[in-house]
Design a protein around this ligand. Structure first.
Ligand code: IPM
Ligand code: MG
Length: 355
């Protein structure tokens, strides 16, 4: 097949890990006889430097017209001034909103050989295989009003956590569908003892649940969920939650697998293409050193093949390649190994082309 993929390498280690993922995509294309056309655009800090804005209309239009979008990371100390009118993160948020990708899937699977790389006891990690479905275009990140006001010499800052029943319904329904195709357990995470938006969330989740008799739904408060995620992570199958709760819980979940560098994500649900990105940030401390772990972005590329291009065998081959590499002890430094980004990528490419 032929497909047009927009690459948004972004800042910090973004270009290194996206470069790695392209090599792996090309290996899959070679093996299965596909042609992937790439076009590359700026996003985040590098776009601010070039155009004064973190996401240009041209970049957004190119993404909307593509079959899929693969993004590295945005941000860095150069653009971190809290008083700055433009921030790299606006590019990412604008892109998610502009593509309408309301469902962010973050699968978390522990690789048994890496159980020692997590600060948790290995026996806690046995059987951990969960997916966080994070609502991505609403909630506290986007609610209005938002901003600052001055009154009587005082400054006030406002963020709003807001959801309509429609926004909750579509994300929860997607999560139920996913749970049905997996182990049939859905944990809806909220703060319904305090927040009105959470009480609506809980009500809508329960309603949608009546359509999915085969899925066991439980409601868990976000503070309890944070604790259970480290105390008993294997007890989760699918978690569905508000935008910022999901942001926080998925960083916590990364601790289970041993490194932020391993986790991929897929953002879906819009009319247009899906957006694929690792969950890690731009890691300015190691940017340009060639030592970043490419696995999170490579696995995001696998999700791209599966969800946007329908190439299940190819996606599985990449996931299996990463798994075999890790099983064989091929590890980057974040996991206690010595491999460079290039060496790790070459190993994954070899594994994809094998068999
Ligand atoms: C993530 C990141 C982003 C988010 C930042 C960079 C805006 O932390 O994708 O998890 O908060 O969504
Ligand atoms: Mg985050």
């Amino acid at each position: 097949m032929e497909a047009n993929i927009v690459l948004l390498p972004g800042d910090g280690i973004g270009p290194e890990v996206v470069g790695a993922a392209v090599q792996v995509l090309d290996a899959a294309a070679r093996r299965w006889g596909h042609t992937f056309h790439y076009s590359t655009y700026l996003i985040g800090g590098c776009s601010i430097d070039a155009y004064g804005t973190a996401l240009t209309a041209e970049t957004l239009a190119a993404c909307q017209a593509a079959d899929a979008v693969l993004l590295g990371a945005v941000g860095g100390p150069r653009w971190d001034d809290p008083a700055a009118p433009v921030r790299p993160e606006q590019g990412l948020l604008g892109l998610r909103k502009g593509l309408g990708v309301f469902a962010n899937l973050r699968p978390v699977k522990v690789y048994p050989p890496l159980a020692g790389a997590s600060p948790l006891r290995p026996e806690k990690l046995e059987g951990v295989d969960l997916v966080v479905v994070r609502e991505l275009t609403g909630g506290l990140y986007f609610g209005q009003p938002k901003g600052r006001t001055q009154e009587g010499g005082r400054t006030r800052a406002v963020d709003t956590l807001e959801y309509s029943d429609f926004e909750i319904e579509r994300i929860v329904r997607l999560a139920f569908g996913l749970a049905q195709a997996r182990r049939g357990r859905l944990t809806s995470v909220d703060k319904a003892n305090v927040l009105e938006s959470s009480r609506l969330w809980r009500q809508v989740a329960a309603q949608v649940g009546t359509e999915f008799p085969g899925v066991a739904l439980e409601h868990v408060l976000v503070d309890t969920a944070a604790m259970r995620l480290v105390a008993n992570p294997a007890s989760f199958d699918v978690i569905v939650t508000e935008n910022m709760f999901g942001d926080i819980l998925t960083d916590e979940a990364a601790v289970l697998v041993g490194s932020m560098g391993l986790l991929p994500s897929a953002s879906l649900g819009g009319d247009g293409p899906g957006l694929y990105e690792p969950i890690h940030g731009s890691a300015p401390d190691i940017a340009g050193k060639g030592i970043a772990n490419p696995c999170g972005t490579v696995l995001s590329a696998a999700l791209l093949l599966r969800h946007s291009l329908g190439l299940e065998a190819e996606a599985r081959a990449i996931e299996a390649a990463v798994e075999r590499a890790i099983q064989g002890g091929w590890l980057t430094r974040d996991l206690g190994g010595t491999l460079s980004t290039r060496e790790m990528t070459a190993k994954i490419v070899d594994e994809v082309l094998r068999e």
